[in-house]
Design a protein around this ligand. Sequence first.
Ligand code: NAD
Length: 258
Amino acid sequence: MKKDSSPSKVAVVTGAAQGIGRAISLRLARDGFSIAIIDINADALNQVKKEIEALGVQALALKADLTRVDEIQNAINRAAELGELTVLVNNAGRVLITPFLEIGEAEWDAILTLNLKTVFFATQFAAKQMKAGGRIVNLSSISGRSGRSDQAHYAAAKCAVISLTQSAALAFASQGVTVNAVCPGVVDTPMTVGIHEVRASSLGITPQESLARMVAKIPLGRLETTEDVAGAISFLCSPDAAYITGQSLNVDGGMEMN
Ligand SMILES: NC(=O)c1ccc[n+]([C@@H]2O[C@H](COP(=O)([O-])OP(=O)(O)OC[C@H]3O[C@@H](n4cnc5c(N)ncnc54)[C@H](O)[C@@H]3O)[C@@H](O)[C@H]2O)c1
């Protein structure tokens, strides 16, 4: 399906090789943006590029290790060569399930780097390109809304992403750039599979049972789809969201209500 929107409006999605980032990329492609996708996993990224191109939309796949500031800058600059950089979705993230007392310095730094430092620098580099306004959407999490005993570093980073979203919204409001976050709940992705493999082994149950226990706590009664998240991000990048900035939207089936 070919879209007739201007091909010069570019949306950049980080961590786009699988999961939520893949779904966001496909949704924004359907919305009419050209898409620059960034990930460390080149093979999977190229598959997503093909899926975007099959929609009749221009796509650029950029392999980068987003824990390296020079690679973030290079990827954002190359994305801007595709057209007018209009949207940045800071999606790349990583979780490790580790008891509070067992988190060492290297693990703390790794989780805080990708989930927080990367978001800051990608935002800085993209905002410099968004001279005619734009949209930045950050992936926080319900883990950023309340503490987690087995992912204290991840929860701290995701909470800080909410603060960073507010600061960036203030910093870039005068140039017409809105900055918002979404806080997904329990999404059907490889990340969630990994979480429940670890939790299941410590509880002596199956990963399926661990996940089922979690889903039982979701008011809307089902696992979140990647499209649930992508739909909210599509809205925040749409004209209807022009007057929304500095907000963090729970997209979680009712798990968190503040
Ligand atoms: N899955 C959930 O339930 C859930 C819930 C709340 C928030 N989130 C957040 O949503 C975002 C996407 O989550 P997901 O479940 O799709 O994750 P995922 O693990 O399925 O995908 C993450 C992607 O990021 C890429 N990535 C990892 N390290 C990278 C690096 N150094 N450089 C470049 N790319 C890198 C991976 O290759 C992968 O393609 C993350 O920020 C996550 O914290 C997920």
